[in-house]
Design a protein around this ligand. Structure first.
Ligand code: G3P
Ligand code: CA
Length: 345
C-alpha cells in the first residue's frame, strides 16, 4: 500500500467536518449497479426517523481481553492509514462469479477453493418475507423462472414466495455443470460460508423495495450467530447504495461494520462518516487523492474510514488500485486481483 502525506488533507477535512456538523443527511448516490461511468451523489434522501436499537443480545462466552483503543477526538484528523498487514483484501463479488454462477453456494465454495476469504453477496426479500441471495430485481437473467412460471411476467423477486423460488435452477444459465444449483436463502448462504470459515460483505440490494429489511437482516444474522463479537470485529460488513438504509443499519446495530457504495464528494465524507465505516466506490472514480481523503476521515468507531473498490477483474487495474492505497478490491476474479495486488500494497 502506498503511503502519501495526508496531514494537509486531513486538517482541511477536519475544518470541513466541523463546518458541516449540522448539515442535512448526505445524498443518495445515482450510481446503482455495475458498469462504467463516474458516480455522483444525487438528490438528498429524506432523513429517516431514528430507529429503535436492536434488542440486547444474549451474553456471549467471554473472550480474551484486548488492548484498549485510544478514543479519537471527534474532529481530529486521522493518521495516515497504516498498510494492512495482509495487503489489499480481495473480495469475491457475488462469490467467485467469473467461475461459478453468481450469488450461489457454488460461487461461495469456488471462492473458498481459490483461497478467498471474503465473499460479497446481494440480499433481497421474497413475497412471503424470506431473505434470499439474488442480484437482479427480477429472477429472469439468472434462473429458469420464465420456463417454470411462464405466466408470471415480469418475474419480480417480490412476486414470488420462497417455496416458488426454491423450484428454480440458478446454475444452468451459467454452465450445464451447475444445473440444479438453487437460489440460496440468506440462512443457507451463511451456513455455507460459516462452514468454509469465510467472511461476508453483505449488500442490501434495493432496500427501497423492502421496508424494514435492515431489521430482518440483522435478525437473521443474530439467529445464525453472526452478531457475536468475533463476527462483528472481523467477519462481517454490510453495504448498500442507499444512504438512508445504511444509516438505519448503523442505528439498529452500531457495532456492525457498514459500507456506503458510491463516491461521495470529499466535502461530504464527514457526514457519511456518521454512519459508514467504509466508502466503497466504483474503481473508475478512484484517485490517490480520494483514497487519502477517505482515509483521513474517521468513521463512527473513531477509526479511519476504509475503501473497498469494485468491480475490478484484470491484473493491471488491480495493481493500479493497490498502488493507490485501497484497502480492498471486489472482483469476479478475486484470485487474479489477489495475485496482482500482492506486492503492490
Ligand atoms: O460490491 C460492489 C458491487 O456489488 C456493487 O454493484 O451491481 O454488482 O451489486 P452490484
Ligand atoms: Ca453487490
Amino acid at each position: 500500500m502506498s503511503l502519501r502525506p495526508t496531514a494537509v488533507t486531513g486538517s482541511f477535512l477536519s475544518v470541513v467536518a466541523f463546518l458541516l456538523t449540522a448539515a442535512p443527511a448526505p445524498a443518495a448516490p445515482a450510481d446503482q449497479g455495475a458498469g462504467a461511468g463516474a458516480a455522483a451523489p444525487a438528490a438528498a434522501p429524506s432523513v429517516p426517523a431514528p430507529e429503535a436499537p436492536e434488542a440486547p443480545e444474549a451474553p456471549e462466552a467471554p473472550e480474551a481481553p484486548e488492548a484498549p483503543e485510544a478514543p479519537a477526538a471527534p474532529d481530529a484528523p486521522a493518521a495516515p492509514a497504516a498498510p494492512r498487514p495482509g495487503g489489499v483484501v480481495p473480495v469475491a463479488h457475488r462469490g467467485a462469479s467469473a467461475y461459478a454462477p453468481e450469488n450461489t453456494l457454488a460461487a461461495a465454495d469456488k471462492a473458498d477453493e481459490l483461497g478467498i476469504t471474503w465473499v460479497e453477496n446481494d440480499v433481497q426479500r421474497t413475497k412471503d418475507g424470506e431473505l434470499i441471495v439474488m442480484h437482479d430485481e427480477t429472477l429472469s437473467r439468472t434462473t429458469d423462472v420464465e420456463e417454470v412460471f411462464p405466466d408470471r411476467a415480469p418475474w419480480k423477486v417480490t412476486d414470488f414466495t420462497a417455496a416458488e423460488i426454491d423450484r428454480l435452477d440458478a446454475g444452468s444459465w451459467f454452465d450445464a455443470r451447475y444445473a440444479g444449483e438453487g437460489v440460496p436463502t440468506l440462512t443457507e448462504f451463511l451456513d455455507t460460508i460459516t462452514a468454509n470459515n469465510q467472511k461476508l460483505l453483505l449488500e442490501i440490494k434495493k432496500p427501497e423495495l423492502y421496508p424494514g429489511i435492515e431489521r430482518d437482516i440483522l435478525r437473521e444474522l443474530r439467529k445464525e450467530g453472526w452478531l457475536d463479537r468475533r463476527h462483528l470485529r472481523t467477519r462481517l460488513a454490510v453495504q448498500t447504495f442507499d444512504a438512508a438504509s445504511l444509516r438505519r443499519v448503523h442505528e439498529l446495530k452500531p457495532e456492525v461494520k457498514t459500507g456506503f457504495l458510491g463516491t461521495p464528494k470529499v466535502a461530504d465524507l464527514p457526514r457519511y462518516a456518521a454512519f459508514a465505516d467504509q466508502v466503497n466506490p466504483r474503481y473508475t472514480t478512484v484517485t490517490a487523492e480520494y483514497v487519502d481523503a477517505v482515509h483521513a476521515t474517521r468513521g463512527p468507531s473513531g477509526r479511519p474510514l476504509e475503501l473497498f473498490t469494485w468491480t475490478v477483474d484484470d491484473a493491471d487495474t488491480a495493481a493500479r488500485m493497490a498502488g493507490l492505497g485501497v484497502d480492498g478490491i471486489i472482483s469476479n476474479r478475486p484470485d487474479v486481483v489477489r495475485d496482482a495486488a500482492r506486492g503492490r500494497s
